[in-house]
Design a protein around this ligand. Structure first.
Ligand SMILES: C[S@@+](CC[C@H](N)C(=O)[O-])C[C@H]1O[C@@H](n2cnc3c(N)ncnc32)[C@H](O)[C@@H]1O
Length: 246
């Protein structure tokens, strides 16, 4: 049995003494992340099961879940590149993080983007990579998970994404505070109401395609830092253009 602070080769679990003292920043070792994700393997390998890492750091748990679900989607949709890509994007859309420190937020988004790009063989400017950046900008929030507020004091909101089929996605935004109440409503008088009656979205967006999502990233100039895989060559660009037009 390994001690809980055992790091694997090349893995660093703390960045500085000061960050440990001020923010409790100690990363979970990879082996422990894998063991914990093993406990929820069914959800980890389904595209539409939602995971929130509320003090996500660089996204150790989210990265592990994304790697597993991309593997699962590759196997499941071997005969349909169109469905494979949409299911993989939905898999990313169902991962959420909250993190206080801006450098960790950027690193978490970049790590997830790297895994997504590697899993789908995407170049940095591929439409699907740009769509993924838009999703990550919405889903990985810089804020205080305990106060449920962004760093500028607004209530944290999360995007609820759903795949409608035929290349169309639906986005509705919910207040994080309301989402935390959903599980508490079970077994009470509120059971008789539909969830939609009790918890209204703060915003509903028009139905959108991957192309729409990619264009939104450009409008808001959401950029992730350059990472190692940003320097690899595009592998699937032409296929993507064909599929997204369907
Ligand atoms: C113990 S580390 C865990 C990081 C990651 N979840 C992991 O297991 O490797 C805790 C992280 O939470 C962040 N953090 C501390 N207080 C927070 C708060 N109130 N809201 C959101 N994040 C916070 C820290 O910056 C740090 O990255």
């Amino acid at each position: 049995m390994r001690a809980h602070n055992d790091a694997e080769a090349g893995e660093s679990l703390v960045r500085s003494r000061q960050r440990v003292i001020e923010h409790g920043e100690v990363f979970t070792p990879r082996w422990l992340v894998r063991d914990m994700v093993d406990l929820v393997v069914d959800e980890a390998t389904r595209a539409d099961a939602r995971f929130l890492e509320p003090a996500c750091g660089s996204g150790n748990f989210l990265v592990e879940v994304l790697e597993r679900r991309l593997d699962a989607m590759r196997g499941r949709y071997r005969c349909s590149p169109f469905e494979h890509r949409h299911a993989s994007l939905l898999g990313l859309m169902c991962l959420y993080g909250i993190e206080l420190l801006p450098d960790n937020v950027a690193e978490c988004r970049a790590n997830l983007l790297d895994v997504f790009r590697a899993g789908l063989g995407l170049g940095p400017d591929d439409e699907w990579a740009r769509a993924a950046r838009t999703v990550l900008a919405a889903n990985i929030v810089q804020g205080d998970a305990l106060k449920m507020q962004t760093v500028d004091g607004r209530p944290i909101e999360f995007a609820e994404w759903a795949y409608l089929g035929r290349g169309k996605f639906q986005r509705r935004d919910f207040a994080y505070k309301d989402l935390t109440q959903r599980s508490l409503a079970g077994g009470t008088l509120f059971d008789q109401f539909d969830e939609d009656e009790l918890f209204a979205p703060v915003r509903s967006h028009p139905v959108m395609t991957v192309g729409d999502l990619a264009a939104m990233g450009e409008e808001r100039s959401v950029t992730a830092p350059v990472t190692a895989s940003d320097r690899t060559s595009p592998a699937c660009t032409s296929a993507t253009a064909a599929e997204s037009g369907r």
